[in-house]
Design a protein around this ligand. Structure first.
Ligand SMILES: [Fe+2]
Ligand SMILES: [Fe+2]
Length: 164
């Protein structure tokens, strides 16, 4: 076997996958906007302010993806993936963590897919997004008092902290 066949996709398929990523970014924006404001209790004050920062970073990610989708000649989607809600603080953080895990899994696939098409700059931009998603994952796992989940067999998900 020469190369991983799964990385070999067309530009149209890449645009479709980036549109899926964009739907997940919209979902993240909505969840973080709402959860950051409704999380109550002294023990959640720190994470609530972190979620506000996440919301703004997810908007940056959505803008970057929209630009790439347009560059590939496709129309960026306008529909978020469904956002789950709960009255319970731990549930909210759990939903966020699940979504970040799914997002990270996808971006780890997207980087080699971009590179297989010779789109190295695009791969680099997704790498930068991935670094922030991994920070989100760490913030959420920490707030839940859990270890950071290993969502792939790839390199460990930890990045250097740049905030706080
Ligand atoms: Fe994001
Ligand atoms: Fe995120």
């Amino acid at each position: 076997m020469p190369e991983q066949k799964s990385n070999e996709i067309s530009r149209d398929q890449l645009a479709e996958l980036l549109n899926e990523d964009l739907s997940r970014e919209y979902q993240a924006i909505i969840a973080y906007v709402v959860y950051s404001q409704v999380l109550k209790g002294a023990q959640y004050m720190d994470i609530a302010s972190q979620l506000e920062i996440h919301a703004k970073q997810e908007l940056d990610h959505a803008l970057i993806l929209s630009r790439q989708i347009d560059y590939l000649g496709k129309m960026p989607v306008v529909t978020p993936k469904a956002v789950r809600t709960s009255e319970n603080a731990r549930d909210m953080l759990r939903y966020d963590l699940d979504n970040e895990n799914e997002t990270i899994r996808n971006y780890r696939e997207r980087i080699p897919q971009c590179e297989a098409l010779g789109e190295y700059a695009m791969a680099e931009q997704i790498r930068e997004i991935l670094v922030q998603e991994q920070d989100h994952q760490i913030d959420l796992a920490t707030a839940l008092g859990e270890d950071v989940p290993n969502v792939s067999a790839g390199p460990k998900g930890r990045s250097l902290r740049k905030r706080r």
